[in-house]
Design a protein around this ligand. Sequence first.
Ligand code: NDP
Ligand code: 2IT
Length: 451
Amino acid sequence: MDSFTRHYIEGFMGDVIARNPGESEFHQAVREVVESVASYVTAYPQLMDQKILERIVEPERIIIFRVPWMDDRGEVHINRGFRVQCNSAIGPYKGGLRFHPSVNLSIMKFLAFEQTFKNALTTLPMGGAKGGSDFNPRGKSDTEVMRFCQSFMTELCRHIGPDTDVPAGDIGVGGREIGYLFGQYKRLKDEFSGTLTGKGLSWGGSLLRPEATGYGLCYFASQMLETRGQRFEGKKVNISGAGNVAQYAAQKAMRLGAVVQTLSDSDGFIYDPAGLTEEKMDFVFELKNIRRGRIKEYAARFPGVTYTPGERPWGIPCDIALPCATQNEIEKADAEKLVAGGCSCVAEGANMPSTPEAIRIIQGAGLLYSPGKASNAGGVATSGLEMSQNSMRQHWTSDEVDQYLHRIMQDIHATCLKYGTGEDGTVNYVKGANLAGFIKVAGAMSDQGLV
Ligand code: NDP
Ligand code: 2IT
C-alpha cells in the first residue's frame, strides 16, 4: 500500500473516531472496510468528491427508545431499544434484532454497517440495518418475553414496514420472539405483511430459514476448501456457540462427514472426540430450543465428553474452525492456538468473531479465512427469499429454497475470488467481500444523488 493511501486511511479513521467516540466495535468494523477499499476510493475522484465513504459510515437514521415492561411478580423494568438504519441504497433496510445485556450503540452500529455490505453480496435487493435491546432473555418466562416484545414493538412499529425496514432474529431473538413481535405488529398496524422474517411456517415463514445461516456457512466453507482440493469429510471441526447458527452449522458439517468436536456457550465448552451424531443433535435441539438449558448438560448426558468452564474451544486441535457465537471471540492467543493445532480453515458464522490481531495471525499463517459478512450471508439471503415468497403470496419447497441458498453462497464465493485474488494467486476473502459490497452500494448511492 502506498503512503498516500495509508495517510488517507489514518485521516479517515481519525475523523470516524472523533465523531463516534468510545464506539470500539464500530471503529473496528469501519477500519476493516476502509483498509480494503481505500485504494479503490482514492483511484476514483468522483467517489472522493461525492464523499461516498464518509456517507456510508454515517447511518441514515438511528432510533433509540425506552422499553418499559413488567415481570411476572409485578416489578417494572426499563430497557433501551435500538434500530440503526444504516443504508437503503439498494433496497429496504434489512437486518436482525439482538436481545443481549451487552447491546449498546457501538454494537448496533457495527452490526448495521456490516449488514450493509453483507446484504449487497447476497445479490438480493436489501439495504442494511440492525436493532435490538439490552434486555436479557436468560431466565425469563415466556410471558415476560412476550410482554417485553410487545412493548418493544409498540415503538418499533412506527419505523418499519414491508417496503421500509424488515427486521429478523439474531442473538437472543429466535422463533418465539419473532412470533410475539409479529403478533403485536399485526395488531397495531392492522396489516398481515412480511414485515418480519424468520416467521413460523404456518404464518408466512420460509422453509429452511432457521437452518439457512449454518447451512450456508458450510456451503461457503466447502467452496473455500475446494480451492485447495479439500472437503469436510473426515475433518475435525470446532464450533463455538450452541444457538441457531452453531446448531445448523454442526448438523450440516456432521452430515457432510465431518467430526464435530465442540460446542459452547458463554459459560464454557464441551469437547466430544467421537463427534456429533443425529441422536446427539436431537438432544442439543431439545436442550437449547425447548428446555433452554446450558451446554454443559451435553457432557453429563454422553460418555467420553468433557466440559471446560470459562474457556473457548480454540485450544482443541482441529482442521476447521467455525466461530458461531459472538464478536471478538477469537483473540490473538486463540488464533495462535488454532494455528498451532493444525487448523487450515476459519470460516465465520458469527459477525466479526475474530479480532484484527487474530485475523493477521490466521491470514499470516496461510489459513483459509472468510469474514462473517461473506460466509454467514445465507441467513439474511434466505430472509430475502422469505420476503419474495410473502410478496408473491407463495410458499416454496425446501428443495427450491436450498437450491437458491446453494447458488447464492456459490455466487458470494465467486465474487470474493474475483475481487480478492492477489497477484500471487492467494485469495484475501476480506478484501474481496468488502470491495465487492462497497462497489455495489457506492454505485447505487452515486446514481441516486446527494441523499
Ligand atoms: P443465539 O442467541 O441463537 O445463540 C448465540 C450463542 O452464542 C449462544 O450459545 C450464546 O451463549 C453464545 N453467546 C452469545 N453471546 C456470547 C458472549 N458474549 N460470549 C460467549 N458466548 C456468547 O444467536 P445466533 O446463533 O442467531 O447468533 C450467533 C452469531 O451469529 C451472532 O454473531 C449473530 O450476529 C450471527 N448471525 C446470526 C444469524 C441468524 O440468522 N441468526 C445470521 C448471521 C449471523 P449463551 O447462551 O451463554 O449466551
Ligand atoms: O446478522 C445477520 O445477518 C442476521 N442476524 C440475519 C438478518 C436477517 O435479516 O435475516
